[in-house]
Design a protein around this ligand. Structure first.
Ligand code: C5P
Length: 401
């Protein structure tokens, strides 16, 4: 069953240029099974017509508090009670201010006062307006009151400015909606996940690294967040964005990752070591760019600390999962690492197989504990991550009991 199946969503549109993206959002939410009813402010109608939204939602669009016909069909109190979730997208500085002040001077603000459904805001405004003291104070107040802030994102704005204030992309809003309704079975847990490669400097312009894209670690972070965990992502340099809601700690070298991991591991319930940490670093990093004067050049390398093994030797250690990327004898090597590094679980993948593992969107894993093994069949890394997170939690709970 789709996660938004039969979920009742009131989609409030206020008057910002990003309103032109909302018909697509309505369609994507409906594709996932949601029943969507659109409410528009007067300002929203300057950007997009109620007729368009009626056509895509398949429901009448409400835009007035004092409309006798609309009140007869589904009155505003009825609509406020009907909703499982209210999403306001785009949420302008004005509607954010009016909601914070508790005004009820149009249908959308009245609904916000009259509902006990959760309310998510997808802010969209000029970056200066977003950073304005008044807006920031309003957003902080709404945060405290339990409103959900979905965004804003950063980038080029309709007015030509660049900065924070863009409405999140439609696909991100759909993901957040489906995450919202997902089972929060990790509530109260704090996961720390290492991800991506590390870079070991040779000189100011060169480094040694590997092909890790960070996709698997980031997918695990997303799956853990979706299940309600607090997530800290300690990541080497990658080209992808951290999942919304995670705390990102960006590092470059194995040494930095080691330092941060040992700080955060002390505060977490679960530690997932997904990073492809460089095994060695350059013994003496050149202060200046090395010149190509010699035909042969030798680098002396020294071994990096093993991050996950050091976390596993903490007195008050969390539940620990390592990864083993192998090209042969997968089970043998994975079980060896599980024992040697003193881990609770190890997720092994065969990186010699094409179409999975490093840099790919897909993966297949085998999860080993000291006593059993579970296969997670080839699938998209998001799906693999959701299955893996659920399995990790089952082992974690078994260990607690
Ligand atoms: O020994 P190997 O590098 O194959 O072990 C892989 C596991 O150990 C992964 O979980 C990886 O994140 C972790 N690791 C680490 N620090 C290192 C090397 C590996 O945390 N220096």
């Amino acid at each position: 069953m789709q996660i938004l199946q039969d979920k009742k969503i009131v989609l409030g549109i206020s008057g910002g240029i990003a309103a032109y993206k909302i018909p697509e959002l309505v369609r994507r939410l409906k594709d996932q099974g949601a029943d969507v009813r659109v409410v528009m402010t007067e300002g929203a109608k300057a950007f997009i017509t109620p007729l368009t939204l009626q056509a895509v939602s398949g429901n009448g669009v409400a835009d007035s508090l004092l409309d006798t016909q609309a009140e007869l069909a589904m009155g505003h109190i009825e609509l406020a009670k009907w909703a499982d979730l209210i999403i306001i997208a785009p949420a302008t500085a004005d509607i954010i201010a009016r909601i914070t002040a508790g005004l009820a001077n149009d249908l959308l603000t009245t609904l916000c006062l009259a509902t006990d459904a959760p309310i998510a805001l997808a802010p969209a405004m000029n970056q200066q307006m977003w950073h304005a003291i008044a807006t920031q104070a309003n957003v902080a107040t709404l945060n405290e009151r339990g409103y959900h802030l979905w965004g804003p994102g950063s980038g080029e704005q309709a007015c030509g400015d660049i900065g924070l204030g863009r409405m999140l992309e439609v696909s991100e809003l759909v993901n957040l909606s489906s995450d919202f309704f997902a089972d929060k079975y990790l509530q109260g847990q704090h996961w720390v996940i290492t991800a991506g490669p590390t870079r070991e400097a040779i000189d100011p312009v060169r480094y040694i690294s590997n092909h890790s894209s960070g996709k698997m670690g980031y997918a695990i972070a997303h799956a853990a967040l979706r299940a309600g965990a607090d997530v800290t992502l300690i990541s080497g340099p990658v080209a992808i964005s951290a999942p919304i809601g995670s705390k990102l700690i960006s590092v470059i070298s194995a040494k930095e990752m080691h330092h941060q991991a040992l700080i955060y591991a002390k505060k977490c319930t679960t530690f997932v070591a997904c990073a492809a940490v460089a095994d060695y670093r350059v013994a003496n990093i050149a202060e200046q760019k090395i010149k190509k004067t010699n035909d042969v050049m030798q680098l002396e390398l020294v071994k990096n600390h093993d991050i996950v093994a050091d976390v596993a030797s903490l007195a008050d250690k969390p539940f620990i999962i390592g990864f083993a990327a192998e090209t042969e004898n997968v089970e043998h090597y994975a079980r060896g690492k599980l024992m040697r590094k003193n881990l609770d679980l190890i997720a092994a993948n065969d990186v010699a197989k094409s179409g999975q593992g490093f840099n790919s969107d897909n993966n297949a894993l085998t999860l080993f504990s000291a006593i059993d093994k579970t296969e997670i069949a080839l699938a998209n890394k998001q799906i693999i991550a959701q299955k893996l997170v659920s399995l990790i939690n089952q082992h974690y709970l078994a260990k607690q009991s």
